[in-house]
Ligand binder design. Sequence first.
Ligand SMILES: *Cc1c(COP(=O)(O)O)cnc(C)c1O
Length: 396
Amino acid sequence: MNAKPESVRRMEVPLLDLKGQYQALKAEILPVIEKVCAGQHFILGPYVTELEQRVAKYSQAAHGIGLSSGTDALLIALMALDVGQGDEVLTTPYTFFATGGTVARVGARPIYVDIDPASYNISPAAVQAFIDKQCEFKGGKLMRRAGGHIKVLMPVHLYGQVADMKPLMEIAQRYNLKVIEDAAQAIGSDYGDGRRAGTIGDIGCFSFFPSKNLGAFGDAGLCTANDPALAEKLRVLRVHGGKPKYYHSLIGGNFRIDELQAAVLCVKLNHLDSWTEGRQRNARFYDAAFARAGLTKHVRLPVTMPGYRHIYNQYVIRVGERDRLRTFLGENGIGTEIYYPVPLHLQKCFAYLGYKEGDCPESERAAKETVAIPIYPELREEQLQYVVDAIARFYS
Ligand SMILES: *Cc1c(COP(=O)(O)O)cnc(C)c1O
């Protein structure tokens, strides 16, 4: 399995390069930044309102609340559902840290349930098995026998594909759980029945971190909700819980999105669908090129659930000799990343939860075997082919 030195024209294919996108949009973006500067309305101005309405409409949600980051979206969602001491949240360990970190930050306990190895999203069967084994439902509450009140189910729509929400929502309804969707990577993805990420549960949490499909020029995020009372509570919590201003019946925080970020995002939102199509086109190119190269025994391609709209925030393959492949690709100018090398149940900071290796075997296996390769829309076909050829050389 050693790559033979061959004379191949070297290309640089970074995992993500946003400079091309900026150059294409510069003439649209700079004037709106100028406009915000001229107006000096930096906090909760007109672009925030416009962004909230447009992202809500885009996601088919009734309400949008612009926030300081995706992490703060998760945090404020938990606060709005009164999750705290003594409460527990069922979620996946195979995700970005914020998913579990925010649960701990409100004083609740994250309960990590394993993923489906095909989609990498939380497995509804594993959730049900956990409940059957460790919980009882009494007085309208799902109680973990050894612990507290399980209040929330928090699926993550990893890499841009919606988790299997129908059985998850059935479980939530059966046991009176609220559902927070971590849709940070999944704006505009859908479940195959037209319902979009972030609008199936009670609250949807989005991130506009620059590497997400809709990225700001810094940190930003948003919550969606359909229930008007919940949306109002999120709005109030965003400004320290003050309503009217300086009168606090709730303790919130400063979770506001910047007007400048909202202005940039309003411009970028016009292009989101075409960028998503570019990512989907690249994914189809990879799928076909890996098959053509006879690589599918070495490279397990991402599984797209039939009918879903996968937005490919990441194109993640499962491979043998993952770390050696990564080094080889790096030497050949190809950027890759591991999302995520340590599942949350095995993170040092969560040692107090008492998990050990083997508790979530599919997540642990995915953490060892998967690697993300470049998928951003501006990539040219020759770059995509170069990536596939390099992987073919590695396994030849
Ligand atoms: C990016 C991300 C977040 C956090 O969003 P930030 O805007 O970076 O705070 C949360 N969850 C997942 C799954 C993410 O990918």
